[in-house]
Design a protein around this ligand. Structure first.
Ligand code: PLP
Length: 401
C-alpha cells in the first residue's frame, strides 16, 4: 500500500544491499538473482562505484547539455573504443535510448523515403510510444494504440521472412541479440549474420538492442560479438550507469554527420555523476579476466540447471548466453519466483512460463550453489509444474471434481 500508482505489482520494501544480497524492511536478507532486472551488474554498494559517485557529486552533479562535462566525454570515448568507431548519445533510460535510435534511423533514412521500422515477434524495446511501437506483446501495445505507423514484426530466426520484408522503405531493423522480456531467447549466430547481410543489401540500418543483454551480461562486451558482426547502432542502458539512470545509443561514426544540432536532446541525458559511475563499470568489465570469470560462472550455473532439468519434469528447457538465463517451465513461473522468495532468493520471470535469471556479474560460485539448492527445494514442492488434471469421477451423486 502506498501512494505510488500501481503500475507494478509489488509488496517487498528493499532498504539496503551489499554484494549479491539485499535486505528488506524487516531485516530479512535475500540472494538476488534478478539484480535490479539486470542493472546491478557489479552487485550492490560496490566500493569503487560508490566512491566515484561521491567524488563526482561533490564536484559537479549537473551542468546541462549546453556544455561538455569531463566524465561524459570520457565515457563516450570509452564506449566507442569498446564497440566500433561511433558517436554516442546519452539518455536516462533504455526506452529513451530506443526512442533516440528510432529518431536517428528516421533522420538518416527519411531523405531516401525510408521511414519504416522492423522488429521481431516477442521483442521488448520499452514503453514510451515510439519504443512501444516496436514492442511485440499486444498486451502492452493495444491499450495505447494508435502507435507509430510503419512497424512490421517478423518471425524470429526466419531469414526468408526478413529478406522479403526488409526493403527500400525500411529505415532500421531492431533486434535484441538475446531477447529478454520475450523469454530469454538467444538469436542464432546465422540469424544475426543473415540479418546483417540483408540490411546491408537493402540499405537499412541494423540496431543491436542491448539494453538487457549488453555490457558483459552474455560474457562479451556486446552480445552482437557472438555472431562476429557489427551493427550500425547499439542501444545500451540497464547496467551502464552502475545503478544510476543512464542509457546510450552508439551510432556508426560515418553516419553521425547526418544528425544535426537540434535533432534530438535531453535535459538530464548524460549526467556526469552517472557517467562517473559508468566509467567504473567499464573499468571493471575490461579488467583482465573479468569476462572469462563471467563465462566460467555461467557454465557452472548452466550445468546446475541442466542437472535440475534432468531431475525435474517442470523444467522443459534451459536457454542461456552467459549470465542471461531463462528456465522454461511447463507450469507457472510466478509460483517458482514466489517459492524462491519465501526461501530468501529473488528472481524474476519473462512471460508466464520462463524463470529469468540475471544474477550480478560478480556472483560467487557459492551464491550459484546456494541458488541451485534453493531452486531444487522449490521444484520439489511441485511449483513450476503443470498441475495434474483433476480426476473426475461420475457417480450416482453426479460429478465429483
Ligand atoms: C531489451 C530492452 N529494451 C528496452 C527496455 C526498456 O528499458 P527501460 O526500462 O530502462 O526504459 C528494456 C527493459 O527491460 C529491455 O529489456
Amino acid at each position: 500500500m502506498s501512494a505510488l500508482l500501481p503500475v507494478y505489482e509489488r509488496d517487498l520494501v528493499i532498504v539496503s544491499g551489499k554484494g549479491t544480497r539485499v535486505t528488506d524492511q524487516t531485516g530479512k536478507t535475500y540472494l538476488d538473482f534478478a539484480a535490479g532486472i539486470g542493472v546491478n551488474g557489479l552487485g550492490y554498494a560496490d566500493r569503487e562505484v560508490v566512491a566515484a559517485i561521491r567524488k563526482q557529486a561533490g564536484r559537479l552533479i549537473h551542468a546541462s547539455n549546453l556544455y561538455f562535462t569531463e566524465p561524459v566525454v570520457a565515457l563516450a570515448e570509452r564506449l566507442a573504443a569498446l564497440a566500433f568507431p561511433s558517436k554516442v548519445f546519452f539518455s536516462n533510460s533504455g526506452t529513451e535510448a530506443v526512442e533516440a535510435a528510432i529518431k536517428f534511423a528516421r533522420r538518416i533514412g527519411r531523405p531516401a523515403g525510408r521511414t519504416d521500422l522492423v522488429a521481431f515477434e516477442r521483442s521488448f524495446h520499452g514503453r514510451t510510444l515510439g519504443a512501444l511501437s516496436l514492442t511485440w506483446s499486444p498486451k502492452y501495445r493495444e491499450p495505447f494504440e494508435p502507435l507509430v505507423p510503419g512497424v512490421k514484426f517478423l518471425p524470429w530466426d526466419d531469414l526468408s521472412a526478413a529478406a522479403a520484408a526488409i526493403d527500400s522503405r525500411t529505415a532500421a531493423v531492431f533486434i535484441e541479440p538475446v531477447q529478454g522480456e520475450g523469454g530469454v531467447r538467444p538469436a542464432p549466430k546465422e540469424f544475426l549474420q543473415g540479418l546483417r547481410d540483408i540490411c546491408r543489401d537493402a540499405g537499412a540500418l541494423l540496431v543491436s538492442e542491448e539494453i538487457q543483454c549488453g555490457l558483459g551480461r552474455t560474457g562479451k562486451y556486446f552480445a552482437y560479438e557472438h555472431a562476429g558482426i557489427k551493427p550500425d547502432m547499439v542501444t545500451l542502458a540497464k547496467p551502464l550507469g552502475g545503478g544510476l539512470p543512464l542509457g546510450a545509443v552508439l551510432l556508426r561514426e560515418d553516419l553521425a554527420p547526418l544528425i544535426a544540432a537540434g535533432d534530438h536532446g535531453s535535459t538530464f541525458g548524460g549526467n556526469p555523476v552517472a557517467a562517473a559511475a559508468s566509467l567504473v563499470v567499464l573499468d571493471r568489465l575490461t579488467a583482465p579476466g573479468f569476462l572469462a570469470k563471467v563465462e566460467k560462472k555461467a557454465g557452472r550455473l548452466r550445468r546446475g540447471l541442466n542437472r535440475l532439468a534432468r531431475q525435474h519434469a517442470a523444467i522443459t528447457q534451459v536457454r542461456s548466453l552467459g549470465l542471461m538465463v531463462g528456465v522454461e517451465l511447463s507450469g507457472q513461473a510466478s509460483d517458482v519466483v514466489r517459492g524462491l522468495r519465501e526461501r530468501g532468493v529473488l528472481a524474476t520471470r519473462a512471460g508466464d512460463h520462463v524463470l529469468r535469471l540475471l544474477p550480478p556479474l560478480v556472483v560467487k560460485p557459492k551464491d550459484i550453489r546456494e541458488f541451485l539448492d534453493v531452486l531444487e527445494a522449490v521444484l520439489a514442492t511441485g511449483a513450476g509444474r503443470v498441475p495434474e488434471p483433476v480426476e473426475t469421477r461420475t457417480g450416482a451423486g453426479g460429478a465429483i471434481a
